[in-house]
Write a protein that binds this ligand. Structure first.
Ligand code: NAP
Length: 276
């Protein structure tokens, strides 16, 4: 078994994830795994970084596929005995002009951004080594979507006692309400992406609390963040930041020094803790 520290970035064959891997290859003192659901796209991205003189490693990971998550989990357990840094970056967004019905957008977006990200956490958080860091890439859109929820939903999503099961029930209810076209009447904002990222931010707050309660002595720091508005296939060419600039806050959170005990359980943008 290798004692080398190990970092994993989900959805890192392009965009912000690829830029996070690039930065970690330069700054993280250990093995850095570029992961992709498609091995060919993943290997092409590895080759691109190799041309830049960097040495990322590759592992397949489709976060929508529990078998794929578990294969990575078993690989990390066998080869490294755990994991030091996990960046949950993989995500999807329908284009504004996409004609897919809202119910479909809600189901598909929540499936990957919330439920699949949660599955990765369920399988990989138990592997986190002491002084490790977990970064969940959310979005400022989560905060603006929260502001457009009913007062009752806002209260639940800001609660310091909400459980993971209650959050899962709420995210499931959103998808069901969208299918019945009653989501707005039920107090939801009209944004599937926004609700999925509310899920990611609240999940992060819950998981940080559980780490405090159950693994306090392990000094694992877990945060959600926004990368900013970044020029990628998701956000398009008009966005203000390069992928490298978008990677800055996630990488800062992934490389917090072992002496740090904060931020933890926060929503962070521009390396600054944001109100929730
Ligand atoms: P992107 O260029 O579209 O890249 C998304 C990455 O996620 C791709 O590598 C994609 O793989 C991967 N992915 C999607 N579904 C996956 C799955 N089921 N399993 C594994 N990988 C999967 O988007 P981006 O802008 O870099 O976004 C990265 C993260 O930042 C997302 O969570 C996004 O919501 C968040 N974000 C972005 C912005 C922005 O302005 N760009 C702002 C706020 C937050 P494929 O190539 O196989 O599709």
């Amino acid at each position: 078994m290798s004692n080398v520290p190990v970092a994993v970035v989900t959805g890192s064959n392009k965009g912000i994830g690829l830029a996070i891997v690039r930065a970690l290859c330069k700054q993280f003192p250990g093995d850095v795994y570029l992961t992709s659901r498609d091995p060919q796209r993943g290997q092409a991205a590895v080759a691109q970084l190799q041309q830049e003189g960097l040495r990322p490693l590759f592992h397949q990971l489709d976060i929508d596929d529990l078998q794929s998550i578990r294969a990575l989990r078993d690989f990390l357990k066998d080869k490294y005995g755990g994991l030091n840094v996990l960046v949950n970056n993989a995500g999807i967004a329908f284009k504004v002009n996409d004609t897919a019905p809202f119910a479909v957008q809600a189901e598909v977006t929540l499936k990957t951004n919330f439920f699949a990200t949660r599955n990765v956490c369920t399988e990989l958080l138990p592997l986190m080594k002491p002084y490790g860091e977990v970064v969940n890439v959310s979005s400022m859109v989560s905060a603006s979507a929260l502001g457009r929820c009913s007062r009752e939903l806002q209260q639940k999503f800001r609660s310091d006692t909400i459980t993971e099961e209650e959050l899962v029930q709420l995210m499931t209810k959103f998808v069901e309400d969208a299918k019945k076209n009653i989501h707005e009447k039920e107090g939801w904002p009209n944004t599937a992406y926004g609700v999925s990222k509310i899920g990611v931010t609240v999940l992060s707050r819950i998981q940080a609390r559980l780490l405090n309660e159950q693994r306090k002595g392990e000094h694992i720091l877990l945060n959600a963040c926004c990368p900013g508005w970044v020029r990628t296939d998701m956000a398009g060419p008009k966005a203000t930041k390069s992928p490298e600039e978008g990677a800055e806050t996630p990488v800062y959170l992934a490389l917090l020094p072992s002496s740090a005990d904060a931020p933890h359980g926060q929503f962070v943008s521009e390396k600054t803790v944001q109100p929730w």
